[in-house]
Design a protein around this ligand. Structure first.
Ligand SMILES: [Zn+2]
Length: 212
C-alpha cells in the first residue's frame, strides 16, 4: 500500500514536470534599441513582408549557429543598428554560449532579422559554434535549447513549429514563409542535422511540428 502511494506520488511529480516547463536561467543582455534601429526594422518589414510592424506574434522557433567561436564576437556582430548596406542589422532573440548560458538579446516579441521569409513570426536562437561548418554544438547547448523552447512555447502558445535554419525550404510547408523580394535567399547549413535530430527527440511530448 505504502509502495503504491509512493509510486503514485512519483508519477504525479513526473506529470507535473512534463506539463510545466520552468523558465531556464536567462541572462538579459539587451542589444541597443535605438530610434534608427526601430525605423530600419519597420522598413525591413514593409519591404519584405508588406507589414507595418516592429513586433511579432511568435509562431515558430528557428535554431541557428553563429559560425563564430565566442558569444562576445556574435554579440558584437549584432550590436550595430545597420548592416553593411544600410539596412537593419541581423540579430537574434537568444544567444546560447557553449557552456549552455542563455543570453536574451531582445524582447521575445521584437522583430529580429535572422531567417529570410520568417522574421515576421519567428523567434531566433543562435548557438555559439559551427565554425567552418563543423557540427560541434555542445551537450550543454542542446539542454539549454530544449529548456528554452519548452518555456517559450508555454509563454507563447502560438508557437507551433521548430526548425533549423537549413530547413528553411522544408518549413515552407508551415505556410509561414513570406518574402516579397524575388531572389532574396541564401543557402544555410546551421545548426547541423544531428543537433536538430536531438532537439526533436527531446521535444516529442510538446506537440510541436518539425521538418526533415
Ligand atoms: Zn542561421
Amino acid at each position: 500500500m505504502r509502495k503504491k502511494t509512493i509510486l503514485l506520488f512519483l508519477l504525479l511529480i513526473c506529470m507535473t514536470t512534463a506539463a510545466f516547463a520552468e523558465e531556464p536561467a536567462i541572462v538579459d543582455k539587451p542589444l541597443p534599441w535605438s530610434a534608427q534601429r526601430e525605423q530600419l526594422t519597420r522598413e525591413y518589414a514593409r519591404t519584405h513582408y508588406g507589414m507595418d510592424i516592429v513586433s511579432i506574434v511568435p509562431q515558430a522557433v528557428v535554431v541557428h549557429w553563429t559560425a563564430s567561436q565566442t558569444w562576445e564576437s556574435a554579440y558584437k556582430h549584432f550590436y550595430a543598428d545597420t548592416s553593411g548596406d544600410g539596412t537593419v542589422n541581423v540579430s537574434s532573440h537568444f544567444l546560447v554560449d557553449r557552456d549552455g548560458t542563455i543570453y536574451r538579446l531582445t524582447p521575445e516579441t521584437a522583430l529580429n532579422r535572422h531567417a529570410i521569409g520568417y522574421n515576421w513570426c519567428a523567434i531566433g536562437i543562435e548557438n555559439v559554434g559551427g565554425v567552418n561548418g563543423a557540427e560541434d554544438l555542445t551537450a550543454a547547448q542542446l539542454e539549454a535549447n530544449i529548456q528554452l523552447i519548452r518555456s517559450l512555447q508555454e509563454k507563447h502558445p502560438t508557437i507551433r513549429y521548430v526548425f533549423g535554419h537549413y530547413q528553411q525550404d522544408a518549413a515552407r510547408a508551415s505556410g509561414l514563409y513570406h518574402e516579397n523580394v524575388a531572389g532574396y535567399y541564401s543557402i544555410k547549413i546551421d545548426p547541423g542535422k544531428s543537433f536538430m535530430a536531438a532537439l526533436q527527440a527531446n521535444l516529442q511530448d510538446r506537440g510541436l511540428i518539425f521538418f526533415e
